[in-house]
Design a protein around this ligand. Sequence first.
Ligand SMILES: [Zn+2]
Length: 286
Amino acid sequence: MQLVDSHAHIDFSHYDADRDAMLQRAADAGLRGILAIGIGDGPEHMHQALALAAEYSTRPGFPAIYASAGIHPSESAHSTDAALATLAELTRDPRCIAVGEIGLDYYHAENPPIDVQQRVFIEQMSIAAAARLPILIHCRTSDAAAPAAREKFAGADAWADLLTLIEQHWRPTGLGGVMHCFSGSNEVARRSLDAGFLISFAGNITYPKAQPIRDAAAYVPLAQTLVETDAPFLAPVPHRGQRNEPAFVTEVAGQLAQIHATTPEAIGETTTANFSRLFLNGQPLA
Ligand SMILES: [Zn+2]
């Protein structure tokens, strides 16, 4: 079994007490690599995932750890010129293989207004383009949000806005990216694939009510599919409700194997190759 967890927040304090043991369990579960997402809990902590990648790269027996850096849309009001300069600096680190997670989130009423989110998204796309790095997209609509959020964002469609901005600001670069923790429609999946993105499925694909996500997973070709945990969030069945961790990406692979009538091993092999193709120029993980 070989697997890559393409999206995990292993720098979060949830793992401070047992990070080594958690990563050891990941290695035991067959994980060859983890993409550690560098958003911290705000722009001042964007470097934390890279620090972990550097630390564990010198220690044998753990999965290969790569990192991203970026400003989450929920934190976009805290994006300053200094924060963007720091982001540009972090992208020069060889273990920084992506900018993200970035995008739009119209789900939480406390999130910054649409114009702020869109400006910061565009600014980060331009930093990623200058660094020639793929982007990791977070996108959440207000469809199922609380009434306060639906009122604030006035029925705006985050996916429609996001795909428009990508067409304008990203597609011309010819660089790819990942739609992380995908929960969009098949139409959104199609437009994302057309724009050169891979689609990553997380633990919520195992939830009983997640048939639309499973339908999207059946629609997306395996050659454009990644697996992730989004740990510590969204633990898959049978761990639902607990702290999530990269080892549980095996459950996502198992669900995808059922959907595509293949084996978890085949899912692992293909998604690992997809990861390498997008982020590592096809080189093996190390
Ligand atoms: Zn995330």
